[in-house]
Write a protein that binds this ligand. Structure first.
Ligand code: ZN
Length: 78
């Protein structure tokens, strides 16, 4: 069963909801587990870490200046 992550706009609480796709298509009413509000954001693009395998997406050359394209403010190539 898929899991959906929600963020409550009222109290800022994050929680997961399990629902089938069918349930969701039929209009699932979801309430914040903490304050009961329906004013929720669904959170997409979260990292799914399964089986202990984490993916490191941090760039290795984050402090690089002037080396490549789009890296700094002065090169003007982009
Ligand atoms: Zn809430």
């Amino acid at each position: 069963m898929p899991m959906y992550e929600y963020h409550c706009k009222e109290c800022g609480y994050y929680f997961d909801v399990k629902a089938t796709i069918k349930e969701k298509e039929e209009g699932l009413k979801i309430h914040c587990e903490q304050c009961g509000s329906e004013n929720l954001n669904q959170v997409f693009g979260g990292f799914a870490i399964l089986g202990g395998q984490a993916v490191n997406v941090k760039p290795s050359n984050s402090g690089n200046n002037g080396g490549g394209c789009c890296g700094g403010s002065g090169s003007g190539c982009c």
